[in-house]
Structure formats: structure tokens, C-alpha cells
Design a protein around this ligand. Structure first.
Ligand code: BES
Ligand code: MN
Ligand code: ZN
Length: 498
């Protein structure tokens, strides 16, 4: 699908999209078009009950007098509440509506409604962004196309009076979309294809975009003393990997970086504490944190963000096997602390323990943020609407909550505190890897906190948002959501480009 901007005015062939608001009716472009088609739009308003509510669409097929194959009048809602995120949703909704349609191309001609503070360039760029995010598909494994279910559009054009500025704004958003698509691809990819080694290979391939990428194998991790990470992967035929991605875009080379750490379980069977059949489904996506970190680093590189950032992803496969880690085993972490592994299915915190310690010890980051599909309990608490946010630093927590609001990736802050430490008391080691019956997500976060040194840190439990059944949001037409890429990019932008 080709995406572009044009300053032309009058509709050519294909679908022509114009706008209307709840508090003012047809916008200027829609009025002009209405004239050109002899008032067909106005005539259709009454019987269809179209009010201009957000996402409402009025469709006029084969209009007489113009070249367009159809007209879509889309509702923008009230002018004052129309913003970038509504624009994205509208563009995505229009594309979703055109699935299977053979019109070939679509042109958006939306005016800025009264009361709206969006600039023309931003409107155009965010319309393109919404269309782009909706165009994602993971269908490389289909040998037969389900003809009607596919997006056949060849070309999307956004008409704008601010061409140059729109193209500049789009360049950044295009980079964000590329990061989101990479994260979605990685999460959608089945585990018989995406092993830790294959994931690492795909990370190394990002060098061509200006990232520095290092891969540590099991021998190197053993030398360093990453007993917790290695214990998780020891039952798998596939070698565990620790990948470090670096983007050095700050003017001052020595500026302390942002560190993003990702849980990368290419498959989580539970290990010897085996999951049930149903509970195991979807566990190819247990590397959603690592995917988001990788996607975010790609985005920063593609748009040459003026900051330093490192991504550390802990890649392993949690499998039962004669050599697998047992419940009751004790492992020694890179930090020196020991952990009694009472449940091999609480493996994410084990790989993160070593990755977090490594990241803060080596890079001395300004902030460290980890993303992990860590606990089923976070879905019990928050459902699929919010990710859980845990932090030892109110400033960082505030920055993340703000960034999340702006980009549509919402978090809800959860508590940490010494009162939860008793959950982690082990009979024979420094701690155990599970708590009791209650506060499962907090116990996990409290565990992670022991491996961040004094670093200002936040943990995002993304188990509820990394993938979805069905489609809740027109911007996310896939099982894998790519959650976290926009957030991390926004955080970096807010901190260094504000
Ligand atoms: N990867 C899972 C968490 C998960 C569950 C993510 C469902 C997405 C959907 C994690 O490794 C896990 O198994 N956690 C256990 C922890 C428990 C054993 C303390 C859980 O949540 O049941
Ligand atoms: Mn698990
Ligand atoms: Zn897991």
C-alpha cells in the first residue's frame, strides 16, 4: 500500500473521504463535493440518520458527476474534541470498512473543524499514520488468500494545504509505524520459527539502520554469572541469548542513556511446572516485552532521535526436559543474590533479574524501564485495557503515564513497598521466585526491584495488552498489538525533544 500527500483539491478516481462534525454539519470539502454531485450528500443525510458522530460513516456509491467510485462522509465528532488520536482512529476505520473493496485507492480530504487545535500538517500525518497502522497484516503463512478478507487498496492519499510540514511530520510517524510493525511481526511469529537465536539474528539485522547490536550466547552468560537466565533456558534445545541494542543519537556522546529491558520468552510452556493446554496457547507471544524494546530502538534509529538509548532483551525458551530446571532448585543471579525456584513457570522474573542487573551495572542509565508479559494476575486486576505500572520513582512514573495518555497506550500505577517483601522469603536462599495466593503481580514487581540497584526504574506488566483475541481497536488489526513501541518512543521524545 502506497501512502502519500497531495495538495490537489478535487477528487480523482477511487474512494473520496470528506468530513462532517456533530456541531456544524458538513465541513467545507464535503459541501463542495455535495455541490459537485448535485446535492446527493445532503439528500442522504436525513434518511440515514448520520449525525457526524466519531467513526459514523455515510456512504454514497457510484456518485454521478465525478470520477470517484464512492464518497464516504466520516463523522469527526465535536470539533473541540477532534484531535490526532481521533484522526488516526477515523482513518483506520475507513480502511477497515474498505476491506475486500476493489476501488483501488482512497483519498482523504478532511478540513480542520472549528474549535480543533490540530494543525493541518499534524492532521494529515496522523490520518496517514492511522491508515498505516490499520494496513498491517501477518499473512505470510497463508498459501491461499481469503480474497475478500484482504485489504486490496493500492494507494492512500491525504490532501493537505501544508505539504512540506505534513511530509516532515509523517517521516517521524512512519518510523514509529515501522517499529510497531516489527514488534507485531516478532510477537505473531510462531516459536518454531522464532527461537532465541532467530530473534537475535533479526536484531542483528537492524545494524543497517544505525543501531549497535551485540549478542551474548550461553557461554558468555555463564562466564558473567547469569545463573537465573540460564536456568530458565536449560531445558530447551534452543540456546538462550542476551541481546544489547544501542542507539547513540545524543549530541553529547556520554549522556546517560534510557535503558529499556524486555522479557523475551520465545515460548513459555511453564517448564516442569507445566502449564495446561489452554494456558499454553499464545505463549509464543511471551516475548512481547522484548519485541516492544526492539521495535522502539528501531523507531529511534529510523527517525534519528536526539537521545541515547539501550535495549537489553533476555531471550530464552522455557521447556520441560531431562535437563530442565526443577522446582526447588536454587540459582545464583548475576547480582550475587540467590533465588529458590519454587515454580518454574515464574520464569520471566528470573531472566529479567539478570538482564536488569546487567543493564544498570553496565550502562548506568538515567532511567530504566522493563516491559514483560509477566503475570496472569495483572489481567485479573486490570483486564486488557491498562498495563500495570510499578515504579520506584514518581517522576519516571509521571512521565510514563503522560506519554501513555498521548499515544493511547494506557497504564495504571500499582504499588510496591517493603510490606510485600515477606511474600518472597525463602527457607534456604535469599528469596523465592513466587509469592503466595494474593498480589501476584506486585510480588513479581517487588522481586524485580531487587535487581535494579539504585536506578530510577519502572516495570510494565504487559500481559494483558501485548496481544488480543478479536479486534478491539481499528488501529490494531492483528493478534499482536505492538504495545509499548509508541510509548517508549513518546517517552524519549518528551524527555529530549520537548
Ligand atoms: N508468561 C506468563 C504470564 C502470562 C500469563 C502472560 C497469561 C500472558 C498471559 C508468566 O511467565 C507466568 O507463567 N506467570 C505465572 C506466575 C506464577 C507461577 C507465580 C502466572 O501468572 O500464573
Ligand atoms: Mn511462565
Ligand atoms: Zn512467561
Amino acid at each position: 500500500m502506497q501512502l502519500g500527500f497531495s495538495s490537489a483539491r478535487f477528487p480523482g478516481a477511487g474512494v473520496h473521504v470528506v468530513g462532517a462534525v456533530e456541531d456544524g454539519g458538513l465541513l467545507p470539502a464535503a459541501k463542495r463535493l455535495d455541490k459537485a454531485v448535485g446535492g446527493a450528500i445532503t439528500r442522504a443525510l436525513g434518511p440515514t440518520g448520520f449525525k457526524g458522530k466519531p467513526k459514523q460513516i455515510l456512504e454514497i456509491l457510484a456518485p454521478a458527476g465525478i470520477a470517484a467510485s464512492r464518497i464516504l462522509v466520516v463523522g469527526l465528532g465535536k470539533g473541540a474534541s477532534f484531535d490526532a488520536s481521533v484522526a488516526e482512529t477515523i482513518a483506520a476505520t475507513v480502511l477497515g470498512r474498505l476491506i475486500g473493496a476493489a476501488d483501488g485507492q482512497v483519498t482523504f480530504e478532511l478540513d480542520i473543524p472549528r474549535g480543533c487545535t490540530l494543525e493541518a500538517a499534524a492532521l494529515a500525518a496522523h490520518l496517514a499514520f492511522g491508515a498505516k497502522l490499520r494496513s498491517y497484516a501477518f499473512d505470510g503463512y497463508r498459501t491461499k488468500r481469503e480474497g475478500d478478507a484482504a485489504l486490496k487498496l493500492k494507494k492512500v492519499t491525504v490532501l493537505t494545504s501544508a505539504m512540506a510540514a505534513a511530509k516532515a511530520a509523517w517521516a517521524d510517524l512512519d518510523a514509529v509505524a515501522a517499529g510497531v510493525f516489527l514488534a507485531r511481526d516478532l510477537v505473531n511469529e510462531p516459536a518454531n520459527v522464532l527461537s532465541p537465536v532467530e530473534f537475535a539474528r533479526r536484531a542483528v539485522a537492524l545494524k543497517k539502520f544505525g543501531l549497535k547490536v551485540e549478542v551474548l550466547g550461553e557461554a558468555q552468560m555463564k562466564k558473567l554469572g547469569m545463573g537465573a537466565l540460564l536456568g530458565v533456558g536449560q531445558g530447551s534445545k534452543n540456546e538462550s541469548q542476551l541481546v544489547v541494542l544501542r542507539w547513540e543519537g545524543a549530541r553529547r556522546k556520554t549522556q546517560a542513556p534510557l535503558a529499556f529491558v524486555g522479557k523475551g520468552l520465545c515460548f513459555d510452556s511453564g517448564g516442569l511446572s507445566l502449564k495446561s493446554g489452554g494456558g499454553m496457547m499464545g505463549m509464543k507471544g511471551d516475548m512481547g516485552g522484548a519485541a516492544a524494546v526492539t521495535g522502539a530502538l528501531l523507531t529511534l534509529a529510523l527517525r534519528a532521535a536526539p537521545c541515547n538509548a539501550v535495549g537489553v532483551i533476555a531471550l530464552a525458551e522455557n521447556m520441560p526436559d531431562g535437563g530442565a530446571q526443577r522446582p526447588d532448585d536454587v540459582v545464583k543471579t548475576l547480582s550475587g543474590q540467590t533465588v529458590e525456584v519454587l515454580n518454574t513457570d515464574a520464569e520471566g522474573r528470573l531472566v529479567l533479574a539478570d538482564a536488569l542487573w546487567y543493564a544498570q551495572n553496565r550502562f548506568k542509565p538515567k532511567y530504566m524501564v522493563d516491559l514483560a508479559t509477566l503475570t496472569g494476575a495483572i489481567m485479573v486486576a486490570l483486564g486488557e485495557e491498562y498495563a500495570g505500572l510499578f515504579s520506584n520513582d514518581d517522576k519516571l512514573a509521571g512521565l510514563l503515564l503522560d506519554a501513555g495518555k498521548k499515544c493511547g497506550e494506557a497504564m495504571w500505577r500499582m504499588p510496591l513497598g517493603p510490606a510485600y517483601d515477606k511474600l518472597l522469603k525463602s527457607r534456604i536462599a535469599d528469596m523465592k521466585n513466587i509469592g503466595g495466593r494474593f498480589a501476584g503481580s506486585i510480588a513479581a514487581a517487588q522481586f524485580l526491584q531487587r535487581f535494579v540497584g539504585g536506578t530510577a526504574w519502572a516495570h510494565l506488566d504487559i500481559a494483558g495488552v501485548a496481544w488480543q483475541d478479536g479486534e478491539k481497536d481499528p488501529l490494531i488489526p492483528s493478534w499482536a498489538t505492538g504495545w509499548g513501541v509508541r510509548l517508549l518512543d513518546r517517552l524519549a521524545a518528551d524527555m529530549y525533544e520537548g
